[in-house]
Design a protein around this ligand. Structure first.
Ligand SMILES: [Ca+2]
Ligand SMILES: [Ca+2]
Ligand SMILES: [Ca+2]
Length: 410
């Protein structure tokens, strides 16, 4: 029945076939990576004529086969086979430079060894539509895009292709990049920059895009109290947000952005600053359902990883609670337990928050926890004054106990 396949990305293949046997009850699709051991990946309706197999890996060879089944006889058609199939890696690192008022130069990294060429697509908006403007030969890694309009932003993406008997295999797309042609002057400066902390290590930026001819925006950062800004990243044209990650906890950062194009840079936006979340639980009033002599509730948030709170017996559940002193924005908790678990033998717990020490909302439910690590961090969003952990089970014969309970927020 002529099983065919077209790779539609670097991880998906569209299988299709022409039915020879009609009035069959089902189509059985099998896959192999050695052309010897087969696994059924789909049982389709007898009238099916295609199947999309996704989640495929690069550097793996795939074989496919298909047969139809009629349950009454029962009768199986002969196998129709396809393969070997190897997926085409996507090109990467697509970048663009503005060469003149009518030309943008593209370059990319060629990651494939058996492509027949690369197809270049262009759009005049970040959301497309992208239109193929040219195909270059195999191993070509540049394209000079000419005949463009002056002072105009264009978006580009590239994908590899391979000519096959019945059509064309395609890789996934490269990154999309934007660039403006020269002319039309420098862009208008962005405005209304805001900086919002969302965790102990991340601040999100947002701004107003006031220009129609930018190639993109540069993001700059300076430490608190400093005027020495350095560029930390860039985004494409019409992008109005940026997430700065990998930051230090409880630290204030300043930001400013500006637009750029082939004619130069815009002025700067306003400067916006904020602090990442810090541990707002340390040293605050703590209490617990029970306390073993010497291992007080206060030990659970004293900032010392050598002291711990422990319940007074093996009885479960046991809770430990901190009063943050006022309503706070909470984004994450981190618990350093007394013990490390083993497979199927770890702390089971919930973390709840409350505004009034009476009504509680679950932020983290690890009642059936599988994380055996001694220190575990969980993100959730809440506005609350009280945070409580209820330990329902501890590894082995351990009692409910923790060295440190940290709450990241502000
Ligand atoms: Ca190549
Ligand atoms: Ca814009
Ligand atoms: Ca401690």
């Amino acid at each position: 029945m002529g099983l065919q396949g077209q790779e539609v990305s670097s991880s998906a293949i569209l299988l299709y076939w022409y039915p020879i046997f009609f009035n069959m009850d089902s189509n059985i699709v099998q896959r192999s990576t050695d052309n010897s051991n087969w696994t059924t990946i789909a049982i389709l309706d007898g009238n099916a004529i295609s199947y999309s197999n996704t989640g495929l890996s690069l550097n793996t060879t795939y074989y496919y086969r298909l047969r139809s089944k009629n349950v009454i006889s029962p009768y199986y058609s002969p196998w129709s086979t396809l393969g070997p199939e190897t997926m085409l890696p996507a090109p990467s690192n697509l970048s663009a430079t503005s060469a003149s008022s009518s030309q943008i130069n593209l370059s990319w990294t060629d990651n494939s060894t058996d492509e027949d060429g690369f197809a270049i697509e262009q759009a005049t908006s970040s959301s497309g539509p992208f239109v193929e403007i040219f195909e270059v030969m195999a191993n070509v890694k540049t394209y000079l895009c000419t005949g463009l309009s002056s002072g105009t932003t264009y978006w580009f993406r590239v994908r590899g292709f391979r000519n096959i008997y019945h059509g064309i295999d395609y890789s996934s797309y490269s990154n999309t990049t934007s660039m403006a042609t020269q002319g039309g002057g420098v862009p208008t400066a962005p405005s209304n920059l805001t900086a919002t902390a969302v965790s102990r290590s991340q601040i999100n930026l947002a701004w107003n895009d006031n220009s129609s001819n930018e190639s993109g925006f540069y993001i700059e950062r300076a430490p608190s109290g400093s005027s020495s800004f350095t560029q930390i990243g860039s985004v494409g044209a019409n992008v109005k947000t940026y997430s700065n990650t990998g930051l230090a906890a409880g630290t204030t950062y300043q930001y400013r952005v500006r637009a750029y194009n082939g004619s130069g840079n815009s002025g700067y936006s306003n400067t916006a600053s904020t602090a990442t979340y810090s541990n707002i639980a340390q040293g605050k009033t703590a209490s617990a359902s029970s306390v073993q002599s010497g291992n007080t509730a206060a030990n659970g948030n004293d900032g010392n990883t050598g002291t711990r709170w422990c319940a007074s017996s093996a009885t479960m559940p046991q809770w430990w609670k901190v009063d943050l002193g006022a309503s706070k924005t909470i984004g994450e908790v981190e618990i350093m337990f007394q013990a490390t678990g083993s497979s199927g033998n770890c702390y089971n717990f919930t973390v709840e928050t409350s505004a009034d020490n009476n009504t509680w909302t679950t932020g983290v439910d690890k009642s059936t926890n599988t994380n055996t690590a001694q220190t575990q961090a969980y993100s959730f969003n809440a506005t609350a004054r009280y945070v409580r952990i209820t330990i329902k089970k501890a590894p082995g014969t351990n009692w409910a106990s923790l060295y440190e309970f940290r709450v990241f927020g502000k």
